[in-house]
Ligand binder design. Structure first.
Ligand SMILES: Nc1ncnc2c1ncn2[C@@H]1O[C@H](COP(=O)(O)OP(=O)(O)OP(=O)(O)O)[C@@H](O)[C@H]1O
Ligand code: NI
Length: 335
C-alpha cells in the first residue's frame, strides 16, 4: 500500500499558562491511501489534536514540530473562489512546502528550531468562530497551489454538526456552496449536486431537506447533512472526529454504516477518531491507540482486539468487554 500521508515525529504544544500543554509527543505514523484507520484513546490523549494538525486547523498559538508529508495523487486543481461558509478552509502551516512530480505529490514540513518546535502560521481561514448571526469571519486566503485544502481534498466531520453548519442558511445552500466553490459548478449544478448528496446520505425527502434550516433537523439528520457537506467536493481523505459520539446508539450505528458505505463508494481514505474501541473496531482496518499524546500501539483491527501488545490497550478492551462483548468478538473477522 502507498502512504497517503506520513506523520513524522509530530509534536504539538498548546500555549497556556506556564509551559503549556504538550498534546502530542513525537508521534509518527503513516496513513495508507484508501485505508480506514481509527485513532482511539481516552479523553485528552491527543486524538483531536492529531486530526486538526492533519487538517491544518490547529488553534493559533499551537506550536508544532515534526513533519506532515502528503502524497495525494488525486490532488484537485485549486479554484479561486471564496471558501464556502459551511467549512473552515485549510490553512497551510508555515514551513517548507515542496512539490514534486508535476503536482502529484507534495509535502508540508514543519521543522523545529532549537527546541524542535516552531510556531505554526496563523491559520488561513482559521477556526475563526462564527459571529453571533452564524456567519463566519474570514480573512483573505493566500492562494497556495498543490496544498490539500479542507472541503476540497479533506472532508472533516466534527462531533457537533451545529459547529460546522450555519444556523441561518438552508442546508441545501450550504452543501451547494461547497460544491460550487471546490468543483467550479454553476449554482444550478451545485444545487442539483446537493440534492444528490442528500439522497446519498439517505435523508428522507431530500427536496424538503434542501430548504430546511439546521434547527429543523434531528441530531442524526444534521450529522448526515454535515457528512454530505464534507464529501461534497469528493475529498481524498475523510476525517471523522467523534462524529457519532453525541448520538444515541441506534443513530450511531446508522452513521457508522453510512460512513463505511460512502468511503467505499468514493474510494476515500478514512481517519476515524473515537474513544470507543468497539466502534473503531466495527469500522476500521487498522487501529492506533493513543495515550497522553503518544502513540502506544498501531496494528490491524484483529491484532489490536485479539492480541493487543500494550497493557493499556488490554485495559481498554477489558473495560469494554465488561459492557458488551458482542461487537468486539466479531472484530477483525473477514467481512
Ligand atoms: N486549544 C487548546 N488549547 C489548550 N490546550 C488544548 C487545546 N486543545 C486541546 N488541548 C489539550 O491538549 C490535550 C489533548 O487534547 P485533545 O483534544 O487532542 O484530546 P482528545 O484525545 O481529542 O480528547 P477528547 O476525547 O476529550 O476529545 C488535552 O490535555 C487538552 O486539554
Ligand atoms: Ni477530541
Amino acid at each position: 500500500m502507498t502512504a497517503l500521508l506520513s506523520i513524522r515525529d509530530l509534536t504539538v504544544r498548546y500555549r497556556g499558562d506556564g509551559s503549556g500543554v504538550l498534546a502530542l509527543k513525537g508521534v509518527s505514523l503513516e496513513i495508507e491511501a484508501g485505508e480506514r484507520l481509527a485513532i482511539i484513546g481516552e479523553s485528552g490523549s491527543g486524538k483531536s489534536t492529531l486530526a486538526l494538525a492533519v487538517a491544518g486547523l490547529l488553534a493559533r498559538g499551537a506550536r508544532i514540530g515534526g513533519a506532515i508529508e502528503w502524497a495525494m495523487p488525486k490532488l484537485q486543481m485549486p479554484h479561486s473562489f471564496a471558501p464556502p461558509s459551511v467549512l473552515p478552509d485549510i490553512s497551510p502551516t508555515r514551513g517548507e512546502i515542496s512539490s514534486s512530480v508535476a503536482g502529484t505529490s507534495f509535502s508540508t514540513s514543519v521543522i523545529g528550531e532549537s527546541c524542535n518546535e516552531k510556531a505554526i502560521s496563523p491559520l488561513v481561514g482559521e477556526m475563526s468562530g462564527r459571529t453571533e448571526g452564524g456567519a463566519t469571519e474570514r480573512q483573505p486566503l493566500p492562494v497556495r497551489e498543490k496544498t490539500p485544502r479542507l472541503g476540497r481534498d479533506i472532508g472533516f466531520v466534527f462531533q457537533d454538526p451545529s459547529s460546522s453548519l450555519d444556523p441561518v442558511m438552508p442546508v441545501g445552500k450550504q452543501i451547494a456552496e461547497v460544491a460550487q466553490t471546490h468543483l467550479g459548478l454553476s449554482w444550478p449544478q451545485a444545487y442539483a449536486h446537493a440534492k444528490t448528496l442528500l439522497e446519498r446520505v439517505r435523508l428522507p425527502d431530500p427536496d424538503a431537506v434542501l430548504r430546511a434550516y439546521p434547527h429543523q433537523l434531528s441530531g442524526g439528520q444534521k450529522q448526515r447533512v454535515a457528512i454530505a457537506a464534507a464529501i461534497a467536493a469528493g475529498p481524498t481523505l475523510l476525517i471523522a472526529d467523534e462524529a457519532t459520539s453525541a448520538l444515541d446508539t441506534i443513530v450511531q450505528t446508522e452513521i457508522v454504516s453510512l460512513i463505511r458505505r460512502l468511503v467505499a463508494e468514493d474510494g476515500m481514505t478514512l481517519l476515524f477518531i473515537s474513544h470507543d474501541i468497539a466502534l473503531a473496531a466495527e469500522l476500521a482496518e487498522r487501529i492506533a491507540v493513543f495515550r497522553n499524546g503518544e502513540l502506544l500501539e498501531l496494528g490491524t483491527t484483529a491484532q489490536i482486539v485479539h492480541a493487543p501488545r500494550n497493557a493499556y490497550t488490554r485495559a481498554l478492551l477489558d473495560a469494554h468487554l465488561g459492557i458488551d462483548a458482542g461487537p468486539l468478538r466479531q472484530a477483525g473477522a473477514p467481512a
